[in-house]
Design a protein around this ligand. Sequence first.
Ligand code: NAD
Ligand code: UDP
Length: 310
Amino acid sequence: MSRLLVTGAAGFLGSHLCDELLADGYEVIGMDNQVSGRTENLDDAFENDRFSFYDHDVTEFIHISGELDAVLHLASLASPVFYRDHPIKTLKVGALGTHKTLGLAKEKDATYLFTSTSEVYGDPEINPQPEEYRGNVDPYGPRSCYDESKRYGESLVRAYRDKHDLDVRVARIFNTYGPRMRLDDGRVIPNFAKQALTGRDLTVYGDGEQTRSFCYVSDMIRGLITLLESDVQSPVNIGNPDERTINELAESVLNIAGSESGLVHEELPPQDPQVRRPDISKAQRELGWSPQVPLGDGLKTSIEYFKTQL
Ligand code: NAD
Ligand code: UDP
């Protein structure tokens, strides 16, 4: 496998993935329409002559000349704030964008990697969530544009595998953080970091006792590449099972930033999942992958990055 297409390449995960694939010796084509991503995330990649970039909306027909060995589809709106603002774009990139990129993979006889999400489990009734859990998603709910687009995407990937014998991978990604997240992304770690660094109170939604499990970006990227290079065709959870309440996360950010800020409680967004923790036994067993970076270390590196973005 040597020549790859990465959609969503100018985003947070996509840009790190391009860098790592280039370091591993792959030829990488990045594609993004910059609806939420920024090409400055690709400054390092542009230095490499094995990298090229297309400014293109993946919901439109995609033409790539020459051979392709894999298509990695990361393009999406990914922050709850962005996908609430752009629900139709979110549905289109999950449905039409997944269809177009699958069609391209079929045309090129390429391996296809789909970046799904823990949100396919919705507001889960069991914790941690194994891959067999079928989820608790409200199809008409405020988050459904994202959750259902990813559920539909998984179904489309399955159909291409069954109907066209496409070689597929499905990563169910749990909350991931690190440098290159936008400060105005709206997700909890950039929000708390910006508030802590600018002396404003940290906005904890609801009572802050809801949980998430945060994976550092380098662990996630290694997990995605290990999955790509495996032969596992069914969905695999990739995330860090170290589960924290949002109150605990806020305290950690304040300590690491050395901030005097306090906490202010704001209304919990409707249908905000109460708990979330990956069961990663399948990734450990079938990929030999586990996350390595503790939350404190990852937060330290991220906060240093966020300082440069103020
Ligand atoms: P991101 O917003 O930083 O990156 C997504 C990129 O996709 C952006 O650069 C955006 O401009 C691009 N994009 C969106 N619509 C497009 C379109 N129609 N055509 C071309 N490009 C388009 O988000 P991220 O955190 O890097 O997420 C990457 C992928 O991982 C997404 O598919 C997301 O759903 C998934 N994911 C991420 C997390 C996480 O915690 N970061 C968790 C679960 C799943
Ligand atoms: N959250 C918060 N304050 C913020 C942003 C988010 O308390 O400023 C909470 C949010 O309600 C959720 C958790 O942090 O319970 C994670 O939110 P995020 O948007 O990062 O991702 P999600 O896991 O909900 O997709």
